[in-house]
Unconditional design. Structure first.
Length: 334
């Protein structure tokens, strides 16, 4: 998207859905309320993060099934489901079921690789097959095939009074085209493009060609498109303060400051880099986005909400994004 010359086409948001260990229902209901609010504010999409063995949503597909019955228009996404935790065939059934319930609004985002803390969890997750599990892109390809209607069994037909299908049921036409890959490397961007996926670009990348986050992410987006990829959505953390109270502003600034030490330097053997959180008035954030080399490449976003805020904070942030930041970027609510 050239600087200020074209409007932002689609505006979404991403939440982790935190909850209290001793009262998990309240947190899950709060996440559903946030999604409903997003629809009321005109957002194009709402996305839920995946958190296993933590106090965030562990089953976004189940949560989004509930969201399909409380919303009618907003697109519902996962950002992202780590396929190392999943059986692609069973996941294909769940995704198709939720997509049917939603009327074709599900946007599954996925990624590959071994589960985090693999050595600590592998015996619980795959007690007999941990050493032979395949966590490569092949796992995504299996999911794509199953969602797309490829045969999964050699048996079909009538047996007694039961009818059997050789493909995943229900089949939801169009779901295959709405699958996204959460990629932060040149290799993943290239693979996703070659396999007809959409690309979720987040606030984390691998520093392969540079140590400038925006340059790196721009390279990923361009590589993805050069290899035939579809849509691209960017997911930076933004915290507009237009209608925030003084206490909220102080909390938000402390949050951003507490995360600032990780900015600007690659870490770990895979040289991961984080982008800074954007905080300020909507006009200030818009100026920073227009200067961001990767933002200049996209026309849709799914801004990430901070992890640890209260429900009323999310209401304020989402309202400011929809009513102030979105319009600053040329976006109009549905």
């Amino acid at each position: 998207m050239p600087r200020k010359s074209e409007p932002l086409r689609k505006l979404g948001f991403l939440t982790i859905g935190l909850f209290d260990e001793h009262d998990p229902g309240a947190g899950h209901r709060s996440t559903l309320d946030v999604i409903v609010l997003g629809e009321e504010l005109g957002f194009d999409s709402a996305w839920v993060r995946h958190r296993h063995l933590q106090f965030g949503i562990s089953s976004p597909v189940a949560l989004l099934a509930a969201a399909t019955q409380r919303t009618s228009r907003i697109q519902l996404g996962t950002a992202v489901i780590p396929l190392g935790w999943e059986n692609p065939l069973r996941l294909a059934e769940d995704l198709a079921t939720v997509d049917v319930l939603s009327g074709g609004r599900l946007n599954p985002g996925v990624s590959v690789g071994p589960p985090m803390h693999w050595d600590d969890v592998k015996h619980a997750l795959y007690p007999e097959t941990a050493d032979v599990e395949n966590f490569s892109y092949d796992r995504v390809q299996r999911l794509l095939d199953f969602v797309g209607g490829e045969k999964v069994t050699s048996f079909s037909g009538v047996e007694g009074i039961e009818v059997w299908s050789d493909r995943v049921q229900p089949h939801s036409a169009g779901l295959r085209d709405r699958i996204w890959y959460g990629g932060g490397s040149l290799r993943s961007a290239r693979w996703a493009g070659e396999h007809g996926l959409n690309l979720l670009a987040s606030n984390v990348v691998q520093a392969e060609e540079s140590e400038d986050f925006a340059e790196i992410q721009r390279s990923h987006i361009r590589t993805f498109r050069e290899h035939g990829g579809g849509r691209v959505s960017q997911g930076l953390v933004v915290i507009p303060t237009d209608s925030a109270t003084p206490d909220q502003r102080a909390k938000y600034e402390a949050y951003v400051e507490g995360r600032s030490a990780r900015i600007g330097t690659p870490f770990g053997p895979r040289r991961f880099m984080f982008e800074r959180d954007l905080i300020g008035t909507s006009a200030q954030i818009a100026e920073q986005l227009y200067e961001h080399l990767a933002f200049q490449e996209v026309d849709e976003v799914a801004f990430a909400l901070p992890f640890s805020f209260a429900h009323e904070d999310y209401v304020q942030i989402l309202t400011d994004i929809a009513t102030k930041l979105g319009p600053e970027l040329g976006w109009s609510p549905v």
